[in-house]
Design a protein around this ligand. Structure first.
Ligand code: SF4
Length: 106
């Protein structure tokens, strides 16, 4: 029997997320992630992430969202945190990544 891939598990978890607070916010979420990725200082990074963190604070899907971010090696903002290649970071962490953020919000 073949092992289930991380990508497949991530898709299953994404499908199970039923009540994301970020639903319909994909455009503004991308703006927040872009600003966070472009931040040059910890204060700028934390400020850029603040709206996303506030939205996540009221979300009932945070546990699944963390699992998904880890499994799909997410880079961007999710589950009230910053992520780089599936590793959780403080929102004040300066990403300094040449890669554009991925799309998260539904
Ligand atoms: S990024 Fe995750 S925790 Fe934040 S609002 Fe969207 S689904 Fe919820």
């Amino acid at each position: 029997m073949r092992p289930i891939s991380r990508a497949h598990l991530a898709r299953q978890i994404a499908a199970a997320i039923q009540e994301p607070q970020c639903e319909g916010q994909s455009r503004v979420w991308t703006d927040w992630e872009t600003a966070h990725a472009a931040a040059a200082t910890p204060d700028q990074a934390a400020a850029a992430a603040t709206p996303a963190v506030a939205l996540c604070a009221g979300c009932p899907e945070t546990v699944r969202c963390v699992e998904r971010a880890e499994l799909d090696s997410y880079t961007g903002l999710a589950a009230g945190s910053a992520w780089v290649n599936g590793t959780r970071r403080a929102t004040s962490a300066v990403v300094l990544s040449p890669d554009p953020p991925q799309r998260r919000a539904g």
